[in-house]
Design a protein around this ligand. Structure first.
Ligand code: HAM
Length: 428
Protein backbone atom coordinates (compact mmCIF):
# COMPACT_ATOMS: atom_id res chain seq x y z
CA UNK A 1 0.00 0.00 0.00
CA UNK A 2 1.40 3.48 -0.81
CA UNK A 3 2.20 5.57 2.22
CA UNK A 4 -0.21 8.51 2.63
CA UNK A 5 1.40 11.96 2.31
CA UNK A 6 2.36 13.76 5.51
CA UNK A 7 0.49 16.95 6.44
CA UNK A 8 2.35 20.18 7.12
CA UNK A 9 1.38 22.75 9.77
CA UNK A 10 -0.36 25.91 8.56
CA UNK A 11 2.05 28.68 7.49
CA UNK A 12 3.08 30.81 10.48
CA UNK A 13 1.81 28.21 12.96
CA UNK A 14 4.28 25.98 14.77
CA UNK A 15 4.65 23.50 17.58
CA UNK A 16 6.74 24.01 20.68
CA UNK A 17 8.65 20.79 21.30
CA UNK A 18 9.76 19.52 24.73
CA UNK A 19 13.29 20.96 24.52
CA UNK A 20 11.71 24.42 24.30
CA UNK A 21 8.44 23.93 26.14
CA UNK A 22 10.27 23.26 29.40
CA UNK A 23 11.59 26.81 29.27
CA UNK A 24 8.11 28.12 28.43
CA UNK A 25 6.71 26.37 31.46
CA UNK A 26 9.38 28.09 33.54
CA UNK A 27 8.23 31.45 32.09
CA UNK A 28 4.68 30.71 33.20
CA UNK A 29 5.73 29.52 36.63
CA UNK A 30 7.87 32.64 37.17
CA UNK A 31 4.92 34.81 36.10
CA UNK A 32 2.55 33.08 38.53
CA UNK A 33 5.01 33.52 41.41
CA UNK A 34 6.07 37.12 40.77
CA UNK A 35 2.71 38.46 39.60
CA UNK A 36 1.10 36.76 42.63
CA UNK A 37 3.39 38.78 44.90
CA UNK A 38 2.04 41.91 43.21
CA UNK A 39 -1.55 40.80 43.86
CA UNK A 40 -2.45 39.47 40.39
CA UNK A 41 -4.72 36.46 39.93
CA UNK A 42 -4.65 34.31 36.81
CA UNK A 43 -7.49 34.49 34.31
CA UNK A 44 -7.86 31.77 31.66
CA UNK A 45 -9.54 33.49 28.78
CA UNK A 46 -11.66 32.41 25.86
CA UNK A 47 -9.65 32.07 22.65
CA UNK A 48 -12.57 32.87 20.36
CA UNK A 49 -14.53 36.12 20.66
CA UNK A 50 -17.13 38.02 18.71
CA UNK A 51 -15.37 40.03 15.99
CA UNK A 52 -17.11 43.17 17.23
CA UNK A 53 -15.09 43.03 20.48
CA UNK A 54 -11.83 43.64 18.63
CA UNK A 55 -13.26 46.03 16.05
CA UNK A 56 -14.56 48.22 18.86
CA UNK A 57 -11.53 48.05 21.16
CA UNK A 58 -8.41 47.81 18.96
CA UNK A 59 -9.74 50.32 16.40
CA UNK A 60 -11.26 49.80 12.95
CA UNK A 61 -8.28 51.41 11.22
CA UNK A 62 -5.48 49.47 12.92
CA UNK A 63 -3.47 46.96 10.86
CA UNK A 64 -4.58 44.20 13.23
CA UNK A 65 -8.28 44.78 12.61
CA UNK A 66 -7.99 45.77 8.95
CA UNK A 67 -5.71 43.01 7.73
CA UNK A 68 -4.60 40.52 10.36
CA UNK A 69 -7.55 38.94 12.11
CA UNK A 70 -8.59 35.33 11.67
CA UNK A 71 -12.31 35.99 11.37
CA UNK A 72 -15.00 33.67 10.09
CA UNK A 73 -18.76 33.34 10.11
CA UNK A 74 -20.04 30.77 12.62
CA UNK A 75 -22.76 28.40 11.40
CA UNK A 76 -25.43 30.80 12.61
CA UNK A 77 -23.79 33.68 10.76
CA UNK A 78 -22.19 35.38 13.81
CA UNK A 79 -18.75 36.77 12.93
CA UNK A 80 -16.14 35.27 15.28
CA UNK A 81 -12.41 35.99 15.59
CA UNK A 82 -9.46 34.10 17.06
CA UNK A 83 -8.13 36.60 19.61
CA UNK A 84 -5.27 38.72 18.20
CA UNK A 85 -4.50 39.95 21.74
CA UNK A 86 -5.98 39.53 25.21
CA UNK A 87 -6.65 42.96 26.70
CA UNK A 88 -10.04 43.24 24.99
CA UNK A 89 -10.99 39.77 26.27
CA UNK A 90 -9.89 40.64 29.82
CA UNK A 91 -12.11 43.73 29.78
CA UNK A 92 -15.01 41.73 28.30
CA UNK A 93 -14.63 39.13 31.09
CA UNK A 94 -14.25 41.83 33.77
CA UNK A 95 -17.59 43.31 32.72
CA UNK A 96 -19.41 40.05 31.98
CA UNK A 97 -18.37 38.28 35.20
CA UNK A 98 -19.39 41.22 37.40
CA UNK A 99 -15.82 41.72 38.68
CA UNK A 100 -16.31 45.34 37.73
CA UNK A 101 -18.68 45.60 40.73
CA UNK A 102 -17.23 42.94 43.08
CA UNK A 103 -13.57 43.84 42.61
CA UNK A 104 -13.34 47.01 40.53
CA UNK A 105 -9.56 47.26 41.14
CA UNK A 106 -8.99 43.78 39.71
CA UNK A 107 -5.44 42.68 38.82
CA UNK A 108 -5.43 39.88 36.29
CA UNK A 109 -2.70 38.03 34.42
CA UNK A 110 -2.96 35.53 31.57
CA UNK A 111 -0.87 33.32 29.33
CA UNK A 112 -1.76 31.76 26.02
CA UNK A 113 -1.75 31.84 22.24
CA UNK A 114 -2.78 34.85 20.14
CA UNK A 115 -3.41 34.88 16.40
CA UNK A 116 -2.51 37.50 13.81
CA UNK A 117 -2.23 36.94 10.09
CA UNK A 118 1.02 38.88 9.71
CA UNK A 119 3.78 38.04 7.24
CA UNK A 120 5.75 35.30 9.01
CA UNK A 121 9.45 35.89 9.60
CA UNK A 122 12.00 35.30 12.35
CA UNK A 123 10.30 36.24 15.64
CA UNK A 124 6.94 36.82 13.96
CA UNK A 125 4.36 34.06 13.82
CA UNK A 126 0.68 33.82 13.06
CA UNK A 127 0.11 31.89 16.26
CA UNK A 128 2.31 33.35 18.98
CA UNK A 129 2.21 33.32 22.77
CA UNK A 130 1.87 36.08 25.30
CA UNK A 131 2.02 36.43 29.06
CA UNK A 132 0.24 39.61 30.07
CA UNK A 133 -1.05 41.49 33.08
CA UNK A 134 -3.82 44.06 33.39
CA UNK A 135 -4.61 46.45 36.25
CA UNK A 136 -8.19 47.70 36.12
CA UNK A 137 -9.81 50.51 38.06
CA UNK A 138 -6.65 52.50 38.76
CA UNK A 139 -5.84 55.77 37.03
CA UNK A 140 -2.97 56.88 39.26
CA UNK A 141 0.71 56.91 38.17
CA UNK A 142 1.61 54.46 40.96
CA UNK A 143 -0.33 51.74 39.10
CA UNK A 144 1.77 52.33 35.95
CA UNK A 145 5.02 52.40 37.91
CA UNK A 146 4.25 49.20 39.85
CA UNK A 147 3.30 47.43 36.65
CA UNK A 148 6.52 48.51 34.93
CA UNK A 149 8.59 47.48 37.95
CA UNK A 150 6.94 44.08 37.83
CA UNK A 151 7.58 43.75 34.09
CA UNK A 152 11.24 44.70 34.38
CA UNK A 153 11.70 42.36 37.35
CA UNK A 154 9.96 39.56 35.45
CA UNK A 155 12.30 39.88 32.47
CA UNK A 156 15.30 39.82 34.83
CA UNK A 157 13.99 36.76 36.72
CA UNK A 158 13.54 34.72 33.54
CA UNK A 159 17.02 35.70 32.36
CA UNK A 160 16.39 38.33 29.66
CA UNK A 161 19.16 40.70 30.67
CA UNK A 162 19.87 42.59 27.44
CA UNK A 163 16.62 44.58 27.32
CA UNK A 164 15.71 48.24 27.12
CA UNK A 165 12.49 49.83 28.37
CA UNK A 166 11.23 52.78 26.31
CA UNK A 167 8.46 55.05 27.56
CA UNK A 168 6.18 57.63 26.02
CA UNK A 169 2.91 59.40 26.72
CA UNK A 170 0.15 59.39 24.13
CA UNK A 171 -1.98 62.03 25.83
CA UNK A 172 -5.69 61.73 26.56
CA UNK A 173 -9.09 62.88 25.38
CA UNK A 174 -8.23 66.43 26.47
CA UNK A 175 -4.99 66.93 24.55
CA UNK A 176 -5.03 64.34 21.80
CA UNK A 177 -7.67 65.87 19.48
CA UNK A 178 -5.55 69.00 18.94
CA UNK A 179 -2.47 66.83 18.36
CA UNK A 180 -4.41 64.66 15.90
CA UNK A 181 -5.18 67.80 13.89
CA UNK A 182 -1.49 68.73 13.84
CA UNK A 183 -0.62 65.27 12.53
CA UNK A 184 -3.37 65.55 9.93
CA UNK A 185 -2.03 68.91 8.78
CA UNK A 186 1.50 67.49 8.62
CA UNK A 187 0.24 64.48 6.65
CA UNK A 188 -1.70 66.68 4.22
CA UNK A 189 1.43 68.75 3.62
CA UNK A 190 3.30 65.57 2.63
CA UNK A 191 0.39 63.78 0.97
CA UNK A 192 2.25 62.96 -2.25
CA UNK A 193 4.93 61.01 -0.35
CA UNK A 194 2.43 58.83 1.53
CA UNK A 195 1.07 55.41 0.55
CA UNK A 196 -2.59 54.85 -0.51
CA UNK A 197 -3.38 53.33 2.92
CA UNK A 198 -2.12 56.51 4.57
CA UNK A 199 -4.33 58.63 2.29
CA UNK A 200 -7.26 56.73 3.77
CA UNK A 201 -5.85 57.10 7.28
CA UNK A 202 -5.61 60.86 6.75
CA UNK A 203 -9.40 60.95 6.44
CA UNK A 204 -10.31 58.39 9.07
CA UNK A 205 -7.60 58.26 11.75
CA UNK A 206 -4.51 60.40 11.10
CA UNK A 207 -2.69 59.12 14.22
CA UNK A 208 -2.35 55.78 12.41
CA UNK A 209 -0.01 57.54 9.95
CA UNK A 210 2.57 57.32 12.74
CA UNK A 211 2.38 53.52 12.72
CA UNK A 212 2.63 52.88 8.96
CA UNK A 213 5.23 50.23 8.10
CA UNK A 214 5.90 51.50 4.54
CA UNK A 215 9.46 52.87 4.33
CA UNK A 216 8.51 56.10 2.49
CA UNK A 217 5.81 56.91 5.03
CA UNK A 218 8.13 56.15 7.92
CA UNK A 219 10.74 58.54 6.55
CA UNK A 220 8.13 61.32 6.26
CA UNK A 221 6.50 60.68 9.63
CA UNK A 222 9.85 60.58 11.44
CA UNK A 223 9.72 64.38 11.13
CA UNK A 224 6.10 64.72 12.31
CA UNK A 225 5.29 66.53 15.57
CA UNK A 226 5.30 64.27 18.66
CA UNK A 227 2.57 63.92 21.28
CA UNK A 228 4.99 64.31 24.17
CA UNK A 229 5.38 68.00 23.30
CA UNK A 230 1.62 68.57 23.14
CA UNK A 231 0.56 67.02 26.47
CA UNK A 232 -1.99 68.82 28.64
CA UNK A 233 -0.99 69.63 32.22
CA UNK A 234 -2.72 66.54 33.67
CA UNK A 235 -1.03 64.15 31.22
CA UNK A 236 2.34 65.82 31.75
CA UNK A 237 1.96 65.50 35.55
CA UNK A 238 0.98 61.83 35.21
CA UNK A 239 3.96 61.06 33.00
CA UNK A 240 6.41 62.92 35.26
CA UNK A 241 5.07 61.07 38.30
CA UNK A 242 5.51 57.67 36.61
CA UNK A 243 9.09 58.59 35.69
CA UNK A 244 9.84 59.82 39.23
CA UNK A 245 8.64 56.55 40.78
CA UNK A 246 10.72 54.53 38.31
CA UNK A 247 13.73 56.70 39.10
CA UNK A 248 13.22 56.10 42.81
CA UNK A 249 13.25 52.33 42.23
CA UNK A 250 16.25 52.66 39.88
CA UNK A 251 14.45 51.22 36.89
CA UNK A 252 16.40 52.06 33.75
CA UNK A 253 14.36 53.46 30.84
CA UNK A 254 14.63 55.85 27.94
CA UNK A 255 11.94 58.28 26.85
CA UNK A 256 11.08 57.64 23.21
CA UNK A 257 8.54 60.13 21.83
CA UNK A 258 8.18 58.01 18.65
CA UNK A 259 6.42 55.10 20.39
CA UNK A 260 2.84 55.02 19.07
CA UNK A 261 1.72 51.39 19.61
CA UNK A 262 -0.27 49.48 17.01
CA UNK A 263 -3.63 49.47 18.79
CA UNK A 264 -6.03 52.38 19.24
CA UNK A 265 -7.08 51.91 22.85
CA UNK A 266 -3.99 53.49 24.41
CA UNK A 267 -3.80 56.82 26.20
CA UNK A 268 -1.15 58.41 28.40
CA UNK A 269 1.61 55.91 29.30
CA UNK A 270 2.79 53.70 26.43
CA UNK A 271 5.88 51.55 26.51
CA UNK A 272 7.88 48.89 24.74
CA UNK A 273 10.72 46.62 25.78
CA UNK A 274 13.30 45.88 23.09
CA UNK A 275 15.81 43.05 23.34
CA UNK A 276 19.16 43.14 21.58
CA UNK A 277 20.18 40.37 19.21
CA UNK A 278 16.69 39.57 17.93
CA UNK A 279 16.88 41.31 14.55
CA UNK A 280 13.91 43.25 13.16
CA UNK A 281 11.30 41.73 15.49
CA UNK A 282 12.99 42.87 18.67
CA UNK A 283 10.03 44.02 20.80
CA UNK A 284 9.69 41.44 23.58
CA UNK A 285 6.95 43.31 25.41
CA UNK A 286 4.62 46.23 24.99
CA UNK A 287 1.73 47.88 26.74
CA UNK A 288 0.31 50.99 28.26
CA UNK A 289 -2.69 52.72 29.71
CA UNK A 290 -6.19 52.34 28.21
CA UNK A 291 -8.49 54.53 30.30
CA UNK A 292 -11.36 54.69 27.79
CA UNK A 293 -11.55 51.00 26.90
CA UNK A 294 -13.90 49.74 29.62
CA UNK A 295 -16.40 52.47 28.76
CA UNK A 296 -16.00 51.80 25.01
CA UNK A 297 -17.01 48.19 25.70
CA UNK A 298 -20.18 49.24 27.49
CA UNK A 299 -18.88 49.44 31.08
CA UNK A 300 -18.49 52.31 33.51
CA UNK A 301 -15.74 54.89 33.25
CA UNK A 302 -12.96 52.68 34.66
CA UNK A 303 -9.26 53.09 33.88
CA UNK A 304 -6.78 50.34 32.97
CA UNK A 305 -3.11 49.71 32.33
CA UNK A 306 -1.30 46.56 31.26
CA UNK A 307 1.40 44.83 29.27
CA UNK A 308 2.01 41.68 27.27
CA UNK A 309 5.31 39.84 26.84
CA UNK A 310 5.82 37.85 23.62
CA UNK A 311 7.04 34.41 24.69
CA UNK A 312 8.37 33.37 21.27
CA UNK A 313 10.70 36.36 21.34
CA UNK A 314 11.44 36.03 25.05
CA UNK A 315 12.56 32.44 24.49
CA UNK A 316 14.87 33.63 21.71
CA UNK A 317 16.25 36.42 23.90
CA UNK A 318 16.94 34.27 26.94
CA UNK A 319 20.29 32.60 26.72
CA UNK A 320 20.17 28.86 26.16
CA UNK A 321 21.07 27.71 29.64
CA UNK A 322 20.64 23.99 29.11
CA UNK A 323 17.53 23.70 31.28
CA UNK A 324 15.66 22.14 28.40
CA UNK A 325 18.24 19.45 27.83
CA UNK A 326 18.36 17.68 31.15
CA UNK A 327 18.13 13.89 30.97
CA UNK A 328 16.51 11.50 33.43
CA UNK A 329 18.02 10.86 36.86
CA UNK A 330 18.18 7.16 35.98
CA UNK A 331 17.33 4.76 33.19
CA UNK A 332 16.34 1.23 34.09
CA UNK A 333 17.81 -1.37 31.73
CA UNK A 334 16.21 -4.86 31.84
CA UNK A 335 18.68 -7.34 30.31
CA UNK A 336 16.06 -10.01 29.80
CA UNK A 337 12.29 -10.32 29.41
CA UNK A 338 11.60 -11.47 32.99
CA UNK A 339 13.35 -8.34 34.32
CA UNK A 340 10.77 -6.09 32.63
CA UNK A 341 8.11 -6.55 35.36
CA UNK A 342 10.46 -5.75 38.29
CA UNK A 343 11.90 -2.90 36.17
CA UNK A 344 8.44 -1.37 35.70
CA UNK A 345 7.68 -1.77 39.42
CA UNK A 346 10.91 0.05 40.33
CA UNK A 347 10.32 2.78 37.72
CA UNK A 348 6.77 3.35 38.97
CA UNK A 349 7.88 3.69 42.60
CA UNK A 350 10.53 6.23 41.68
CA UNK A 351 8.33 8.15 39.24
CA UNK A 352 5.50 8.41 41.73
CA UNK A 353 8.03 9.82 44.17
CA UNK A 354 8.78 12.53 41.59
CA UNK A 355 12.05 11.19 40.14
CA UNK A 356 12.47 11.37 36.36
CA UNK A 357 13.21 7.76 35.41
CA UNK A 358 13.44 6.07 32.01
CA UNK A 359 12.71 2.40 31.32
CA UNK A 360 13.95 0.50 28.26
CA UNK A 361 12.43 -2.64 26.77
CA UNK A 362 14.44 -5.89 27.09
CA UNK A 363 16.07 -7.71 24.19
CA UNK A 364 19.32 -5.83 23.64
CA UNK A 365 22.87 -6.31 24.88
CA UNK A 366 24.12 -4.42 27.95
CA UNK A 367 26.42 -2.42 25.67
CA UNK A 368 23.51 -1.33 23.45
CA UNK A 369 21.36 -0.47 26.46
CA UNK A 370 24.10 1.60 28.07
CA UNK A 371 24.51 3.47 24.80
CA UNK A 372 20.78 4.27 24.85
CA UNK A 373 21.04 5.53 28.44
CA UNK A 374 24.01 7.69 27.48
CA UNK A 375 22.17 9.15 24.53
CA UNK A 376 19.34 10.18 26.87
CA UNK A 377 21.93 11.93 29.08
CA UNK A 378 20.80 9.84 32.05
CA UNK A 379 22.95 10.22 35.13
CA UNK A 380 22.52 6.65 36.35
CA UNK A 381 21.99 3.29 34.65
CA UNK A 382 20.03 0.80 36.77
CA UNK A 383 20.87 -2.65 35.41
CA UNK A 384 18.50 -5.55 35.95
CA UNK A 385 19.81 -8.92 34.69
CA UNK A 386 19.47 -12.53 35.82
CA UNK A 387 22.10 -12.15 38.53
CA UNK A 388 20.46 -9.03 39.88
CA UNK A 389 17.02 -10.65 39.96
CA UNK A 390 18.42 -13.67 41.80
CA UNK A 391 20.13 -11.44 44.37
CA UNK A 392 17.17 -9.01 44.57
CA UNK A 393 19.55 -6.08 43.95
CA UNK A 394 19.98 -3.91 40.88
CA UNK A 395 23.38 -2.74 39.75
CA UNK A 396 23.59 1.03 39.59
CA UNK A 397 26.24 2.58 37.39
CA UNK A 398 27.13 6.26 37.45
CA UNK A 399 27.20 7.28 33.81
CA UNK A 400 28.32 10.83 34.39
CA UNK A 401 31.43 9.71 36.27
CA UNK A 402 31.87 6.72 33.94
CA UNK A 403 32.45 4.55 36.98
CA UNK A 404 32.54 0.82 36.59
CA UNK A 405 32.28 0.23 40.30
CA UNK A 406 28.60 -0.69 40.66
CA UNK A 407 26.45 0.38 43.56
CA UNK A 408 23.93 -2.10 44.82
CA UNK A 409 20.25 -1.18 45.09
CA UNK A 410 17.90 -3.57 46.87
CA UNK A 411 14.76 -3.98 44.77
CA UNK A 412 12.53 -4.23 47.81
CA UNK A 413 14.21 -1.34 49.62
CA UNK A 414 11.79 1.04 51.25
CA UNK A 415 10.91 4.14 49.21
CA UNK A 416 13.10 6.50 51.19
CA UNK A 417 16.12 4.22 50.84
CA UNK A 418 15.56 3.88 47.09
CA UNK A 419 15.28 7.61 46.65
CA UNK A 420 18.34 8.27 48.75
CA UNK A 421 20.42 5.87 46.68
CA UNK A 422 19.24 7.20 43.33
CA UNK A 423 19.53 10.83 44.33
CA UNK A 424 22.92 10.37 45.98
CA UNK A 425 24.20 8.55 42.97
CA UNK A 426 22.75 11.26 40.78
CA UNK A 427 24.33 14.16 42.58
CA UNK A 428 27.81 12.97 43.60
P1 HAM B 1 1.42 44.11 21.27
O1 HAM B 1 2.54 45.10 21.30
O2 HAM B 1 0.61 44.02 20.05
O3 HAM B 1 0.52 44.45 22.53
O4 HAM B 1 2.02 42.67 21.60
C1 HAM B 1 2.81 42.46 22.74
C2 HAM B 1 4.00 41.57 22.40
O5 HAM B 1 3.54 40.37 21.76
C3 HAM B 1 4.97 42.17 21.41
O6 HAM B 1 5.89 43.04 22.04
C4 HAM B 1 5.66 40.92 20.86
O7 HAM B 1 6.68 40.49 21.76
C5 HAM B 1 4.54 39.91 20.87
N1 HAM B 1 3.99 39.74 19.51
C6 HAM B 1 3.07 40.50 18.88
N2 HAM B 1 2.81 40.02 17.64
C7 HAM B 1 3.60 38.95 17.47
C8 HAM B 1 3.80 38.00 16.40
N3 HAM B 1 3.12 38.07 15.25
N4 HAM B 1 4.71 37.01 16.58
C9 HAM B 1 5.41 36.90 17.74
N5 HAM B 1 5.25 37.75 18.78
C10 HAM B 1 4.36 38.77 18.65
C11 HAM B 1 -0.61 43.75 22.88
O8 HAM B 1 -0.93 42.70 22.41
C12 HAM B 1 -1.36 44.41 24.02
N6 HAM B 1 -2.55 43.59 24.31
C13 HAM B 1 -0.50 44.56 25.24
C14 HAM B 1 -1.20 45.22 26.36
C15 HAM B 1 -1.71 44.64 27.45
N7 HAM B 1 -1.51 46.50 26.42
C16 HAM B 1 -2.18 46.72 27.52
N8 HAM B 1 -2.33 45.61 28.16
Amino acid sequence: MPRPATIAAVKGFRDILPAESQRWRAFERAAGDLFGAYGFGEIRLAVLERTELFARSLGETTDVVEKEMYSFADRDGTSLTLRPEATAGVVRAYLESGLVHRDPAARLWYAGPMFRRERPQKGRYRQFYQIGAEVLGRDDPLADAELLLMLVRYLAVVGASEVRLSLNSLGDAACRPAYRERVRAFGEAHREALCPDCHRRLERNPLRLLDCKVEGCRAVMARAPVMLQSLCAACRAHFDAVCALLDQERVAYVIDPRIVRGLDYYCRTAFEVLASGLGAQNAVAGGGRYDGLVAALGGPDVAGVGFAVGLDRLAAAVEIDGTGSEGPAAVILPLEERAVGPGLALATRLRHAGVHVGLEPAGRSLKALLRTADRQRARLAVILGGDELAAGRATVRDLARREDEPLALALDAPEAELLRRVRRGATV
